[in-house]
Design a protein around this ligand. Structure first.
Ligand code: FAD
Length: 556
């Protein structure tokens, strides 16, 4: 069994719960929390269904800073318990998903002697919270080392710095690996299937689900329901009870994305002060680009459409230009994205000061909710939620996920195997590494597709993902529309200036082939996707050549 399998079969299985056995657990929400819960519950032997209203990971779980980290910033809030838990989870995830969760050195430049001692103490505490099992203990570095690791630092202005380690990952891929593994344990998962109503009753809950591509509504029965809807948790709770009171205070965070030639970082990331010296920003080499963020502002707008505003953009640009010897402008930005943190409304004041802890709570008989937390701690969150369900009996009380590998256990041997087969097709090293990182052991199945179609070409000119991924993701990862492919299964919407539709060979044409779209549908998909990217980036994509119709010759 590979991937997630066909979507229509999953829909049928869920609908069949009305006439046959109900599910043990229905999970609402296919972000990292829901995906983690599906895997945790299924691996304890429960029958599990998961419905995601839009695409898997399309909420906050595709908008993170891409770190699996202890959260150095939370030292100031004295969130020691949370940090210790996050450090433990980081180390575990490195072992469970080594192809995906990758250690990265961080440079923390110091320009004032007075701050050096304070930062040093903070980093000792950070190592101590990881029980000194951090990838490497932090160390002080001299100015030349700092400048070598982070070339944009202003020469002669930095008094050295600190080098410490955390991990980066691809947030969407972590969600997908959990879903794929959950399916191996028997879970039925489906995207573009939104819960419209919830009816709670001890041992017999019902959910009305809309299959959004066809606007068909059907019922699903489950003994228990877990709402893992992130920042939408209050809204979904409102579907189960009319008297629900808001629990969340959403906070918006944005990132800008740059080319590595404009913002030259290779192996190391940097942790820099913002222009006002009030917050710290991450500058992280990620895929073939560099991402910079993030902000943390109370958000009261539409939960479905957060976007990068001009003030957001100016704040990040001016912070970069003040920390680095650069004069970046808006035209240097290749991508931008905005996400919402599902923070528990524990107190007034700045959202940056709110705890990143999670909360599991009762919604109605048979229905619980979980929200808050961090990507890094999702596995613990999932275990907490399923532990709560197990109190009613019928589900094992012991989580097994700390022993369940995600994706690949030996990326080096796998890379060699993929490389051998890729070489015969003329596929380069960058694409091989990208395949292994994205699909783990399943990357050989993508090579099968490339071999069958005899197509070694990239999906988007100048980026590692392959055209073959369009067909693979349509068959095995429930890609329904162009946004699924370009914004999440591959990250073209983030790292490509034209978001994957503006240049040369059209990624969309490959998908049109795989999903048998008519020429009109193909045009509609491009326009819809383009509108989505422009809304999130907060500005037009720029000059885009006229739409191309899908033809066989384009798909090579
Ligand atoms: P989501 O990913 O939002 O998933 C909830 C899902 O529920 C959505 O996909 C939504 O479509 C679905 N849904 C909603 N309503 C319905 C319905 N009616 N029916 C079906 N489905 C529904 N954490 C880290 O550890 N490291 C980081 O580097 C990091 N950086 C961050 C940077 C930013 C800017 C932000 C905003 C957060 C960051 N976080 C980070 C936090 C982390 O990203 C989130 O805690 C995590 O992704 C939340 O996952 P979730 O599954 O709870 O929510």
């Amino acid at each position: 069994m590979s991937g997630l399998g066909p979507r229509d079969i999953a829909l049928e299985k869920l609908a069949a719960t009305v006439t046959s056995e109900p599910l043990d657990v229905l999970v609402v929400g296919g972000g990292i929390t829901g995906a983690g819960i599906a895997l945790d519950a299924a691996s304890r032997g429960a029958t599990v269904g998961l419905v995601e209203g839009r695409d898997f990971a399309s909420g906050t779980s595709s908008k993170s800073s891409k770190l699996v980290h202890g959260g150095l910033r939370y030292l100031e809030q004295r969130e020691f318990g949370l940090m210790r838990e996050a450090c433990t989870e980081r180390d575990l995830l490195r072992r469970l998903a080594p192809h995906l969760v990758e250690p990265i050195p961080f440079v923390l430049p110091v320009s004032q002697r007075s701050t050096r001692a304070k930062l040093g103490v903070g980093l000792w505490a950070y190592d101590a919270l990881a029980s000194f099992r951090n990838m490497k203990i932090h160390k002080h570095i001299d100015p030349s080392e700092a400048e070598e690791l982070v070339p944009p630092l202003p020469k002669g202005k930095v008094r050295g710095g600190y080098l410490f380690y955390d991990c980066k990952n691809d947030d969407v891929r972590l969600v997908m690996e959990n879903l794929v593994q959950a399916r191996r344990y028997g879970a039925t998962v489906v995207n573009h299937a939104a819960v419209r109503h919830l009816d709670g009753k001890e041992g017999d809950c019902r959910a009305l689900i809309e299959d959004t591509p066809t606007a068909t509504v059907f019922e699903v029965r489950a003994r228990r329901v877990v709402v893992a809807a992130g920042v939408w948790a209050d809204r979904v709770e409102g579907l189960a009870r009319a008297d629900a009171r808001p629990r969340l205070r959403p906070s918006k965070g944005i990132h800008l994305v740059f080319d590595r030639t404009t913002l030259p970082l290779q192996d190391a990331a940097a942790f820099i002060p913002d222009a006002d010296r009030e917050r710290m920003l991450f500058v992280i080499p990620w895929l073939d680009a560099v991402i910079v963020g993030t902000t943390d502002e109370t958000y009261e707008g539409d939960l479905d459409t957060p976007s990068v505003t001009d003030p957001d953009r100016d704040y990040v640009l001016s912070s970069l230009n003040s920390a680095f010897a650069l004069e970046l402008t808006a035209t240097d930005i290749v991508g931008a994205y905005a996400g919402l943190r599902p923070l528990i409304a524990s107190k007034q004041g700045a959202t940056a000061d709110l705890s990143r802890r999670h909360s599991v709570y009762d919604i109605a008989p048979g229905i619980i909710g979980i929200t808050g937390g961090k990507l890094t701690t999702y596995r613990r969150m999932a275990a907490d939620a399923v532990d709560r369900l197990s109190q009613d009996g019928g589900i094992s009380s012991r989580s097994r996920t700390r022993w369940i590998r995600l994706g690949s256990h030996d990326p080096e041997t796998l890379t060699r195997a993929v490389e051998r087969r890729a070489a015969r097709l003329g596929i380069g090293r960058d694409s091989v590494e990208s395949l292994v990182r994205c699909y783990g052991d399943r990357s050989l199945a993508v090579i099968d597709v490339a071999e069958k179609s005899d197509n070694p070409l990239p999906l988007v000119e100048g980026h590692p993902p392959l055209a073959a991924e369009a067909a693979y993701c349509a068959q095995e990862e429930m890609v329904v529309d162009l946004d699924d492919l370009l914004a999440r299964r591959t990250r073209m919407a983030l790292v490509d200036r034209a978001a994957g539709i503006g240049t040369g060979r059209r990624a969309s044409a490959y998908l049109a082939d795989a999903l048998a779209w008519s020429a009109d549908e193909h045009d509609r998909q491009i326009l819809a996707y383009r509108a989505e990217v422009e809304q999130e980036r907060g500005r037009p994509l720029g000059e885009t050549p006229p739409l191309e119709r899908p033809t066989r010759t384009q798909t090579g």
